[in-house]
Design a protein around this ligand. Sequence first.
Ligand code: NAD
Length: 498
Amino acid sequence: MNTVGHLINGEINNEGERRQPVFNPSTGEVSREVLLASRNTVEQAITAAQAAFPEWRATPPIKRARIMFRFKELLERNADRICKMIGEEHGKISHDAMGELQRGIENVEYACGAPELLKGEHSRNVGPNIDAWSEFQPLGVVAGITPFNFPAMVPLWMYPMALVCGNCFILKPSERDPSSTLFIAQLLQEAGLPNGVMNVVNGDKEAVDTLLEDKRVQAVSFVGSTPIAEYIYSKASAHGKRCQALGGAKNHAIVMPDADMDNAVNQLVGAAYGSSGERCMALSVAVAVGDDAADALVAKMTEAMKSLKVGAYSEASNDFGPLITREHQQKVVGYINSAEEQGATIVVDGRNPKVVGYEEGFFVDGTLIDNVTPEMTSYREEIFGPVLQVMRVPSMEAAMQLINDHEYGNGTCIFTRDGEAARYFTDHIQVGMVGINVPLPVPVAYHSFGGWKRSLFGDLNAYGPDGVRFYTRRKSVTQRWPSAGVREGVEFSMPTMK
Ligand code: NAD
């Protein structure tokens, strides 16, 4: 049995007693074992990162960026291998895994601009012969804790930026699909990153708690479910750390009566069922304005879903793959059952798919539920499966009210041909990432990613310009060189520009 270990100080460490199986969700079989780091192992990684920091901090940003250029090339050269690893452990079909990797690479490309991104701010003559500037210095050792659903992309939201800013990094990936994440980090060594600057510790709560409690860790980036995000944020803050913790979601699409319905249906099918709905930006609720729009939507969705193809990751013609674990598959089926019990209509039922040759895989097929209401459990909670729920409301205001009342505020979208309605929606919706006829409005690498309400705890979003600010500390310097004028007299009042 292959073991997935840790990367500490440039070396793979396969020692440790605690371990857990990693499944191939397409077959239901155990494919590997992952080590679960002890407190002591995590402390070794922190010590290695701390030791590497002074030299790395002093390395000019252009040299750090050159390592990222080489890293990008290595990611592209190894793309097929990485996507196969993602498929084996996550179940994602290769075309989808390739999309995830590409979005990750775009963050590496952004980090290649480090010398420009780290330029400070300078003001000459803020007072007589006085200059002032702000510079952006690295924090030291920083940590990232990531979820299973994007084992390549979400870590790449974090460490390329943290590293080019001059920090040393410790990544604690998801223990459910750790292989691609570890492999990618090893490519950084090949790209020339000094030992100890980037470390990976696999593990569970014990590893996470060690990172949160250790005084040497200055900042924590987290992406995962909301209960854990809230825990991470409170604990990291209580230990004096900077923290950004991105949580779960319930992303609504409003379908207006004037929408191009064929386009809306195409977009919804991809955004609801792609990656089996295991995306924090998946559209999981379609809010149809008016019964005519709702009837047309449900009829066209039902037709479109006839050609959906669920199956193993290895078959490129499949649209989406299995769920991550048997337990999660059962949870998703449980949500569909609860919607039915609470009075919703199951229009397309994906609870018992037949995937020939993969009978033990963790599959749920595309499911469409109509007449969903706000009290239903399946509406209040995040399902994280291939399930689209349709709600019927009389007006755009009522649709927006639903979205604004929901505890999550990650992404949303409006399908309409009316620019005025779209503008009003953008202005007043309480959600961090908004699409206008764009179902998955994931910001590009040179913007920043983050939801509102209980989808993000912290002040700064992930990657892009907010990433630069998160991984650096502003230092403001005010300078005056002694001259005849300065030496005259003592000033007791608060200095101002006279
Ligand atoms: P999760 O919260 O179960 O796990 C995330 C990370 O936290 C993992 O590394 C895990 O090992 C660790 N963890 C789990 N339980 C812990 C505990 N009790 N104490 C300390 N650490 C713990 O999330 P997941 O199931 O891996 O991922 C799916 C979730 O992530 C969904 O809710 C999804 O919406 C969310 N997500 C959010 C975003 C975003 O950008 N907002 C992006 C991707 C995924």
